[in-house]
Design a protein around this ligand. Structure first.
Ligand code: FMN
Ligand code: MN
Length: 486
């Protein structure tokens, strides 16, 4: 059974010893950030602040802040198990026998059942505030860092529809609070919500869901192709559809089980200076024009719990949302570039700065081919630096990667310098949005690539390893020395 809402998730966290309730009054203005920063870095639990200063609503944070909690959210032992489920569907072949046909039908059914389901009533509308009753000041919205000019809603699922074909999009875009009933909407230049807005004449209806089951919340951050509904991915990963109800003031459907929903609209022409904001790059991103979101209704559960997250200098809680995406999207990456064995986006590289990729090298120039493929692939296209290693290298072992990046590279021959689109938030390039790309080919080079005879890597023979294994006790190291090979 999938987790139905945030409450079931909190109950699970509590049962697993992964939640701490904080009963003391704590200020959402900076104080919570400092507590969470220390907790995340210590590998500590999710925190439920029961008395945020100035609000009657509790605040949940650090729900995603460890690998174990991320796995609990998805109901798996390892994040790669989620990827296997995705791969299973992506790699479907025409069935050979009856059994395979039955299994194939089950898989197709699991996709069909992923579509959201509309229901008549939703707990998210227990309380409905419209017009002048709307007051975002009721919510314990955090001001995260000292240079932030205002509180920011940091863990929203922002729902829009493409006016051209009606497809839904859900994205996680932070929202700076302007006053009781308006915020900015920080959808960046490469994002789907922004494309929906740009395609609209006049105003676009927008709904924002806060406080969801963890898989649906994660899905808002997933970099799906524009035409794929993130709620469909959520339904597929949950194994149960997301339930939706009609909004009370907008022609959009909203997650029925959400804690809080903000309904409203964004005008095409209305922009204001958003930011600065202490961002996941580790720097304050400068103020920049973004559209203004007008809230026409604030609906919620009576005792709604407000979800939040702090980004900043890595590692922060969002590292684990990023790692989930890295793992879950590997099968999709391999579907287009099958020679890719594995990849790693280091947390310290804020994900878009660096990608390490291992390949099954099959022809001269293959590493360069893969670099260009990544620079042409969805949001991975924004990657600034790519390091390519051979299939047997563990891309998650940075010391190993550095070894090959040092040992196998002739910078005069193996470095590719290119140009292309860069992350919206990257402050380093001369111009915003475009700049240099660096590719480092750390694979073993072939003669056709201009290499002298490539030397053999040092390794002990299997016979001697087995001999030493057999005789280990005899040498007298004792059991405390974990020194068996392999
Ligand atoms: C905690 C968190 C905060 C984020 N904030 C923003 C943001 O303010 N603006 C933005 O464009 N993307 C932000 N992202 C990344 C987007 O959610 C991500 O690119 C997602 O794929 C966007 O959905 P879309 O592909 O449908 O546009 C954030 C991601 C996380 C995990
Ligand atoms: Mn999308």
């Amino acid at each position: 059974m999938a987790l139905g809402n945030l409450r079931e998730w909190i109950a699970l966290l509590e049962r697993e010893g992964e939640l701490m309730r904080v009963g003391a009054e704590v200020d959402p203005d900076l104080e919570i950030t400092e507590i969470v920063d220390r907790t995340v870095k210590a590998g500590g639990p999710a925190l439920l602040f029961e008395r945020p200063k100035g609000s009657r609503h509790a605040l949940l944070i650090n729900q995603f802040g460890s690998e174990r909690r991320m796995c609990l959210a998805f109901g798996v032992e390892r994040l790669d198990d989620v990827a296997r489920k995705v791969a299973d569907v992506l790699e479907m072949q025409p069935p050979a026998g009856l059994m395979e046909k039955v299994r194939g039908l089950q898989k197709l059914k699991s996709i069909a059942d992923s579509r959201p389901r509309t229901v008549r009533h939703g707990a998210c509308q227990e309380l409905v505030l419209r017009g002048d009753e709307v007051d975002l000041g009721r919510l314990p919205v955090q001001r995260c860092w000292p240079g932030d000019p205002a509180p920011f809603i940091t863990l929203p699922a922002v729902i829009t529809r493409d006016p051209r074909d009606g497809t839904r999009n859900v994205g996680m875009y932070r929202m700076q609070v302007i006053d009781r009933a308006t915020t900015f909407m920080h959808w960046q230049i490469h994002k789907d919500g922004r494309a929906d807005w740009l395609a609209t004449d006049g105003r676009i209806p927008v709904a924002v869901a806060l406080g969801l089951d963890p898989i649906t919340a994660y899905s808002a951050s997933a970099p799906l192709p524009k035409h794929i509904d993130e709620l469909m991915l959520a339904g597929f990963l949950r194994g149960e559809p997301v339930e939706l109800v009609k909004g009370v003031t907008v022609d959009l459907e909203v997650p029925a089980e959400a804690e809080i929903v903000l309904e409203g609209y964004i005008d095409k022409a209305e922009l204001g200076d958003e930011g600065p904001f202490g961002d996941h790059t580790g720097y304050y991103t400068a103020a920049e024009p973004f559209p203004v979101f007008h809230v026409t209704a604030l609906t919620m559960r009576r005792d709604a719990i407000y979800p939040s997250i702090v980004v900043g200098k890595p590692p922060q809680e969002d590292a684990w949302l990023g790692k989930a995406t890295e793992r879950i999207f590997l099968p999709a990456v391999r579907a287009t570039v099958p020679e890719i064995v594995d990849y790693d986006l280091p947390v310290a590289g804020a994900f878009h700065n660096c990608c390490i990729v291992s390949i099954q090298k099959a022809f001269p120039g293959h590493a360069q081919k893969v670099m260009h493929a990544i620079w042409g692939l969805g949001m991975l296209s924004l990657t600034k630096c790519i390091v390519v290693v051979d299939a047997q290298v563990d891309v998650h072992d940075y010391a190993q990667v550095l070894f090959y990046a040092g040992a196998n590279v002739d910078p005069a021959r193996d470095v590719v310098l290119g140009r292309g689109p860069l992350d919206h938030l990257d402050h380093a390039p001369e111009r915003q949005f475009v700049g240099g790309k660096l590719g480092i080919d750390a694979t073993a080079k072939w003669p056709e690539e201009g290499a002298r005879p490539w030397p053999e890597e040092i390794a002990m023979s299997t016979e001697v390893k087995e001999l030493v294994d057999r005789r280990w006790q005899e040498y007298g190291f004792g059991a405390h020395t974990a020194a068996r090979s392999g």
